[in-house]
Write a protein that binds this ligand. Sequence first.
Ligand code: NAG
Ligand code: NAG
Length: 593
Amino acid sequence: FKILGLSDMMPYRSKRSLLVPPMFVPENQRAPFPRLIGKVISSNMKEDHIFRLTGRGADQDPKGVFSINRLTGDVAVSRALDREAIAYYHLQVSTTDLSGKLVEGPADLDVSVIDQNDNRPVFKEPRYSGEVQEGSPTGTTVMTMTAYDADDPNTDNAVLRYIIVRQLPDKPSPNMFYIDPERGDIVTVISPHQLDRETLPTTQYELEIVAKDMAGSEVGLTGTATATITITDRNDHAPEFTHSLFQASVNEGSTGVVVNLTVDDRDDPATGAWRAIYSIINGDPNQNFEIQTNLDNNEGMLSVVKPLDYESAMFHTLLIKVENEDPLVPDVVYGSSSTATVYITVMDVNEGPVFFPDPLVVIRRENIPVGSFVAMLNATDPDYLQTQSIRFSVLRDPADWLIVNPFKGNVTTRAILDRESPHVHNNQYTALFMATDNGSPPASGTGTLIITIEDENDNAPYIFPSVARVCEDSKDMNVVIGGRDKDIHPNTDPFKIELGKQPGLEKTWKISRINDTHSQIMLLHSLKKANYNLPLVLTDSGVPPISNNTELKVQVCTCKKNRMDCSHAGSIQTNILLLLGLKKEKSELCRVY
Ligand SMILES: *[C@@H]1O[C@H](CO)[C@@H](O)[C@H](O)[C@H]1NC(C)=O
Ligand SMILES: *[C@@H]1O[C@H](CO)[C@@H](O)[C@H](O)[C@H]1NC(C)=O
């Protein structure tokens, strides 16, 4: 026992006469209570002295657990204790006289609660899960199970031992795993060869783990948890084609998926150990083909990405390889089943004839006789392996000028070609033709014919403007007129503008050339206000030239202060008209023009 030095420091020095032994109480005692647990002895106990017990467990919470006989010093416990709640009580014992004056102490009284195995091991979770990769070496740690026991760790009451009590399923052996009894580590027992995800009956094993205290003895208490162990995949299987030869057919000129290549891979479909990557290793020099993996079913979707031509090659033979996204484990290799051959048959499609050259450009003169030869169309059918005949027809002929011989393709005129037609632009006339083969269904192609039309002098020149206004006073006469011609050089200007062939005109009118297109007309005498038609002859420079015997309408008007009044172009003497060689027009012309 011990007497703490605390009493030495008290103001009332007392002899070390209180004998306080440490006391021990087992937890979980049964009635009857109170039970004696020890005795405090005082060497100078007088008749008027009494024992007093203080501290937590006596006069402080939890109050009244322990009591002391005031006269005898017997210490008793009043109820069952729980070590896991309070393992130690630190109390003080003293003696006082009847007035309460301290005589001895206080001296420490330590009560230890003796552990009993009243707590079972507890796993924090009811279920634990771990993973181990297939093929792992024997002894690979999968996971660690840990249970706790609230009992005194210094006693066997809290010393745990772990065991596996059940394994589900128990195939291929009931002891595929082992748990280290003391540390709770679960390790593999099964050989790496047998730990094969693809041959085991399941990829998930359940172990029932028991933790037992009392160091695992018969009388120990137990706690249970379930450990779920998942066997994870590794890439120990190469993908293998289900067939060594695949066949497909495809129309020439088309694109899209032509065949789905199927493979088997025994690895986990959720992983890159299963997912396939296809490649074409031979037979596709022009990159006409492409293989994409169908992510749903791992199939290789072989498609044509650049259209094939039946006439170039009717068959294609591709050599295909399949691999996994993930590398294979070192002892597994891609075998011959990981390659396959694909035979592709290209099917002929009726293609339309093709014109050459397109456009076809020819030069023809206008006004050539109806039925003249214009051009020979040339179209060939790409389906040259078939004997197909071609028929020509006119598709678009805006002026209705052309005919094509359906068999020979020679184009002739059915009307006069006119360079000045509104359907001719920039001297060019454009027509479309169609060539149709006799395939089934027939296919056709179109070609363009451009006729560059050469000019002929087939249009007479004309004057512009065709009306001139002059003042009564001949000195103001200053009319400039020009010639125009629908033809082009050399069948147009320079123009010759002359007075008409009526006698005496030159006495009243004079024409003087200004330039190639324009001339000035002057009045030599004054004329009465009226409307006149002046005969003119207009000649172009074509070979041969064309002349136009035409008239210029001349309105002679009254002119005052920059205002011209043509409204009173009145009657004029017939003899004057005769004299002037002019024909008088109706006075209304003034208003019309
Ligand atoms: C290939 O598989 C895809 C997706 O299942 C399907 O839509 C397609 O029709 C298949 N193509 C061929 C040629 O079988
Ligand atoms: C002659 O010219 C006039 C206008 O000056 C015109 O109206 C007529 O059409 C021309 N004659 C011919 C044949 O072109």
